[in-house]
Design a protein around this ligand. Sequence first.
Ligand SMILES: *Cc1c(COP(=O)(O)O)cnc(C)c1O
Length: 363
Amino acid sequence: MPVDTPRLLINMDALAANYRTLKRAALGFEVAPVVKADAYGLGAVQVSERLWEEGARTFYVARLSEGEALRKAMGSKQADILVLDGAPLGSGPQLKAGGLVPVLNSLEQIERWRKEAGDAPLPAALHVDTGINRLGLTMAEVEMLAKRPDRLKGLEIGWVLSHLACADEPGNPLNPKQRLRFDDARFLFRGAKASLANSAGIFISPLYIFDQVRPGISLYGGDPTGQHGDLLQTVATLEAPILQVRDVAPGESIGYGGDFVATRPMKVAIIGAGYADGILRSTSKGGVVWYADGPRPVVGQVSMDLTAIDVTDVPQGEDFGDMVELIGPNLSLDAAAAAAGTTAYELLVRIGARAERTWKRFS
Ligand SMILES: *Cc1c(COP(=O)(O)O)cnc(C)c1O
């Protein structure tokens, strides 16, 4: 098979292992995978099906369209699919037809979803904003709703959730503030499952776990706190082929703009991956790839389809194959993200559609 594009290997066993690790970290409480943005680029359908086998029954997506696609793919599996956008204008009939649960973010959305209810009550989740000031009902609105059950008539509130702003900093005072507010909110809806923690939230303390946790990045191998990377397995490996190796003489420049100039005789490998594949241009300075048992610096500007790397120090005459690792067991998602000046989240979702995805499983 000719190889001229990057390939993204997705290790489904590692995904399942991470799910089990998080289930233990969450003291056995429900782990509801967040599979928005196509499971952070790793394939929402494949990821959800594998995690269903591990026992996951509740899945979070961001958009209605993501929910519809997942519902279709899950077939007869009776998963709860929760849509974080809630019920935006015009979405009611489609949410209902898709058997999706909106995470209701405002009084207006509550009214809109109630209009869809017929004789049978419709399931819903309430999103309470406890301090991130992004989406969600205010605490005052939640208290009002608790006093006025008529405002929720026709709905069955199965979940109450909130989202932490600073969970990756366990010592941030906003965390306990949000937790206490959430505690007040969930006491008003005792029949509903309470869900607060994202990946990082799981590791702050058991006080943040409640009935259900909602990890995304940690399932996919990203270290949510900078301290728990050893617990998690590498799920995504991104590789790209070496298309050409060339000698560059001192004084010659490499790539667009010519801003990298060789100061010694260099051997440079041109790899078939660029910013169209998610190799961020910010990697042009300070980025590395892994090849022949070592980190190899990116030299010159990353271009759309190609990136140059310095292989001068690779021992000659040995056959190291023709693939380099951009993200994987040797170059963690978090390390690659740091080198690009971004987060594991952004790096994963930026991996381009052109990378050939393969889902590998052994168990
Ligand atoms: C994206 C998201 C999550 C998952 O966050 P991670 O940090 O990836 O674990 C959980 N809850 C909400 C509301 C989100 O938007």
